[in-house]
Design a protein around this ligand. Structure first.
Ligand code: KIV
Ligand code: ZN
Length: 533
């Protein structure tokens, strides 16, 4: 096997010496593109900027900011991110068409380190049914797309979509064509999550061995999780010489998702004995990244999710607790602190002041502006008055919500619900809509129905309620309820999800519903503004 190349192309397209050369693995985050592509995980413009800033601070090497031809909203997000990211390469995705590539080029051109990621399907099934093109026609397009992208930027990544189901000889010809046309990174995705680690390893080994010029480019892995093997496959690709891993925070993505960034990073850091590679990501920010993305997408993180799930460091059984008390290494292969989980979970109460609150927020990874801090502090005080113990999770829910609602046009001001055995249940709701208070009363089949009917009365809309989910943020009857609401706008083909937390389940429900409407209108507003422009 030829030796791995670990040099990232710089803005001039020339490989830049990496910190520790051959062992450096570049982390390519596609949360804002492949992640956002999964149904219900859409983010607003502001949320995308916030996630991009965080990823840059965390040390991600390449941020795939979106698919600029997909919508004007995507284009704007990619170009805004390109203009503000300080360290990472900013990448825009494109298919093989002229317009696609030019749109991606336009979107990333303001970046300090711009990249175009251009892809085409190479497998027989995709060539025949999706592209309806012969193998030779696809090969010509490979040459065309890379050449055209190189006219825009020096740093071009080429992907063979469905590489793992492509005939190996043909895949090698495509890769050779892309390298000759000037691609600096070659990505071989397991698009449908079909490969096993051994097969994925073998594909990279063969391509790197056979293709002339393979030693001059960086190979990249991109794995989907349909069979639960995305991270294992990604690491197998790295062992075979790939030096870029495409992944997403919390593993969000099409269908079963993509390889989870936090799992890839922590596998490399924790098992350095068998995975002797270097990554530039600051692992102590992983927990915060997970929370940020979960809040922005309103996609809850599974409790037992590796690294960032709420149970990832919880030891429940007596035997485990006993072992942990004797020596933490009995059941802990990495410390909670190493991924940014603080050990203490109960610290704040109604007597805590501004200073303690600010320090606690810092510990949890939040830095708020003065106004947002004051609002969050007031809400914390109100919560502490109603709830005996305020846990870290309560504060996180509270601040995430504060951040999410800063740009909103509509806010819940007051809600009174009459519930019980004597229906119909009723709700009196006051919303602040564009700065004016409006109140209505409504009835319904249960308190949630009455509350949601009141919202519809105040804000008539066509969107359908596709998901309503409640769970407790912490334990106890005074726990905050965290409610997720997903709305589907069939006319515009959009779906949005929002979350909100409050000790009162009805208030949390109203806030989550109104949050989803805010997201929907923000999306529509941008879409319509762009259409009329
Ligand atoms: O899964 C895939 O093949 C992709 C490509 C666009 C890289 O996401
Ligand atoms: Zn993908």
């Amino acid at each position: 096997m030829s030796s791995p190349v670990a040099q990232a192309p710089n803005a001039a397209g020339q490989p830049e010496k990496a910190a520790s050369d051959a062992d450096r693995v570049y982390i390519f985050d596609t949360t804002l593109r492949d992640g956002e592509q999964c149904p219900g995980a859409t983010m607003t413009f502001e949320e995308k900027l916030e996630v991009a800033d965080f990823l840059d601070d965390m040390g991600v090497d390449i941020i795939e900011a979106g698919f600029p031809i997909a919508s004007d909203g995507d284009f704007q997000a990619v170009s805004e991110i390109a203009g503000r990211v300080k360290k990472a390469v900013v990448c825009g995705l494109s298919r093989a068409g002229e317009k696609d590539i030019d749109r991606a080029g336009e979107a990333v051109k303001g970046a300090r380190r711009p990249r175009i990621h251009t892809f085409i399907s190479t497998s027989p099934v995709h060539r025949k049914y999706k592209l309806q093109k012969s193998a030779d026609e696809v090969l010509e397009l490979v040459h065309f797309q890379v050449t055209r992208a190189r006219n825009w930027v020096a740093d071009v990544e080429w992907s063979a979509e469905d590489a793992t189901r492509t005939e190996i000889d043909y895949l090698c010809r495509c890769v050779e064509t892309a390298i000759r046309a000037g691609a600096g990174t070659i990505n071989l995705p397991d698009t449908v999550g079909y490969a096993t680690p051994e097969e994925y390893f073998e594909m990279f080994r063969t391509v790197r061995e056979r293709v002339p010029g393979a030693d001059k480019v960086i190979f990249s892995v991109h794995c989907h999780n349909d069979l639960g093997m995305a991270v294992a496959n990604s690491l197998a690709g790295v062992r075979a010489g790939a030096r870029q891993v495409e992944c997403t925070i919390n593993g969000i993505g099409e269908r079963a998702g993509n390889a989870a960034l936090e799992e890839v990073v922590m596998a490399i850091k924790t098992r350095h004995d068998v995975l002797p590679y270097q990554v530039g990501v600051e692992a102590r920010m992983l927990n915060r990244a997970s929370k940020l993305v979960a809040a922005a997408t309103s996609f809850p993180v599974q409790y037992n999710k590796a690294i960032v799930g709420r149970n990832a460091f919880a030891h429940e059984s007596g035997i485990h607790q006993d072992g942990m008390l004797k020596h933490t290494q009995t059941y802990e292969i990495m410390t909670p602190e190493s991924v940014g989980v603080s050990k203490t979970s109960l610290v704040m109460g109604k007597h805590s002041g501004r200073n303690a609150f600010r320090t606690k927020l810092k510990e949890l990874g939040y830095e708020l502006g003065e106004n947002a801090f004051e609002d969050a502090f007031n809400r914390f005080k109100a919560l502490a008055d109603r709830k005996k113990h305020v846990y870290d999770e309560d504060l996180e829910a509270l601040v995430d919500e504060e951040i999410a609602t800063q740009q909103d046009r509509m806010k819940v001001v007051a809600l009174t619900v009459i519930a019980g055995t004597m229906g119909p249940q009723s709700a009196t709701l006051t919303l602040d809509i564009d700065g004016a208070h409006q109140t209505v009363q409504s009835t319904g089949n249960g308190p949630v129905d009455a509350t949601f009917n009141a919202i519809v009365k105040l804000v008539p809309h066509q969107a359908k309620l596709a998901l309503y989910q409640v769970h407790a943020v912490t334990e106890g009857t005074d726990a905050q309820a965290e409610v997720s609401v997903r709305l589907e706008d069939e006319v515009e083909g959009k779906s949005v999800t929002a979350r909100a937390a409050d000790p009162d389940t009805m208030v949390a429900s109203a806030k989550a519903y109104v949050g989803a409407l805010n997201k929907l209108f923000a999306k529509r507003g941008r879409l319509h503004a762009q259409q009329s422009a």
